[in-house]
Write a new protein. Structure first.
Ligand code: FEO
Length: 394
């Protein structure tokens, strides 16, 4: 990645991964991603904030050489996950006197995952700082954005918050700063849905903590830098709030068309009642889109055929994902068609045990929907309508 100047003596020197399409072998990345690393030259010392994914280590090393960095005093590690830390061992090899500055938990993780020697660390506590001469780096522990060891680094004189995963977006772009706000906030929402949403409660506390700092920029380690940081702070406050909107999400999978017929019936019925619906065919959908949709939806109605004795594996996988992401959904129900029996409903409900939701009685039918089955679906749609109305959503 080309070296870009963020402000005086602060450079962005990480890497863009335009082609990456999957993260953690799980999360779709339609717009690629970046691994941002920042170099800060103080009057006396030089620090690197985070590194890059091991696949991109040569880009980082080349950028350090291009800037003619003879002595790198500190490598600040805000987060031990390898997309930010994987190149640290190579940087330490290049600069044998350089020290990794991080908190004790992150140090433990870096030793475990990257086998970095213990004598290469300086361990800091929450609120501690180090001086680079005319610049000061302050460290604040912000656990669970994304792992338990995550922290942020604040460059006091330039008012920059280096937030690592926190506020990031999986977006490879040549823009150093946010230009297309709609696009970046949309990608940041997808990122929040896939990575941050399970930690909503901890994020509330971490936002309160960082808001005490006076920053003009948020420089995350994925995606562009926010030079109007309030846009992402406000977006996060909305996503982590208890507020949900008048939307029903209907992910479904249908083997022979009966469950699809039910999904379409519910969709039409809910729309006619003034409720927004997002329908996802699980045989085709990008699960990242589904994750994004449940950031602020009120209700999820899952449709599944029965395969042998239980739900279709695609539905089971989708519910496992929803259960892991812990969205602020308020109501869930299940519907679908079976051939001769099974335990579909019980298995789906058991797979949603982490969610604090009210279950609306499911609708399971045999074969293709008949008139009396559509009456049951209509009853389900009316219940959803009444629940949304009770929450003043319509
Ligand atoms: Fe971007 Fe949790 O790593």
């Amino acid at each position: 990645m080309a070296i870009q100047l963020l402000c005086n003596d602060v450079y962005s020197i990480g890497s863009r991964d335009w082609d990456r399409r999957l993260f953690d072998e799980l999360i779709p990345l339609p717009d690629g991603t970046s691994y941002n690393a920042y170099l800060i030259k103080g009057s006396e010392k030089t620090a690197l904030i985070d590194a890059v994914d091991p696949n991109k280590k040569n880009e980082l090393i080349n950028n350090l050489k291009q800037l003619n960095i003879q002595n790198l005093d500190y490598v600040i590690s805000n987060h031990a996950e390898q997309d930010h830390s994987g190149a640290i061992p190579d940087v330490l090899k290049l600069y044998p006197y350089s020290k990794v500055v991080t908190n004790s938990k992150c140090k433990e993780f870096l030793i475990d995952h990257l086998l970095i020697e213990e004598n290469r660390f300086i361990t800091i506590e929450d609120g501690e700082s180090i001086s680079l001469g005319n610049k000061t780096l302050e460290f604040y522990l912000t656990p669970w954005v994304h792992w338990p060891e995550t922290m942020v680094t604040y460059l006091k004189e330039n008012k920059i918050l280096f937030s690592c995963d926190f506020f990031g977006s999986h977006l490879a772009t040549s823009d150093l700063f946010v230009k297309d706000e709609y696009k970046v906030i949309s990608d940041a929402k997808r990122y929040y849905a896939e990575i941050m949403m399970p930690f909503r409660t901890q994020i509330v506390k971490n936002i309160q903590k960082i808001e005490e700092l006076n920053f003009n920029y948020i420089a995350p380690s994925h995606g562009p830098v926010y030079d109007k940081p309030q846009i992402i702070i406000d977006a996060y406050k909305d996503w982590i709030s208890d507020r949900t909107n008048n939307t029903v999400i209907i992910p479904y999978i249908s083997m022979h068309g009966s469950t699809e017929y039910m999904a379409n019936y519910l969709t039409d019925s809910l729309i006619s009642k003034g409720i927004a619906v997002k329908l996802f065919n699980l045989s085709k959908t990008d699960l990242g889109e589904l994750a994004m949709s449940i950031v602020d939806a009120t209700t999820l109605l899952l449709g599944t055929s029965t395969v042998l004795v239980g739900p279709h594996p695609a539905a089971f996988y989708a519910t496992a994902l929803v259960n892991a992401l812990k969205p602020k959904l308020k109501f869930i129900s299940v519907f679908g068609s079976y051939g001769w029996g099974g335990k579909t409903i019980e298995m789906i409900q058991a797979n949603l045990n982490r969610l604090n939701v009210q279950i609306i009685p499911p609708v399971q039918i045999k074969g293709h929907p008949r008139k009396e089955d559509l009456d049951l679906l209509e009853k389900l749609a009316v219940q959803v309508y009444e629940k949304h109305k009770a929450l003043n959503l319509l």
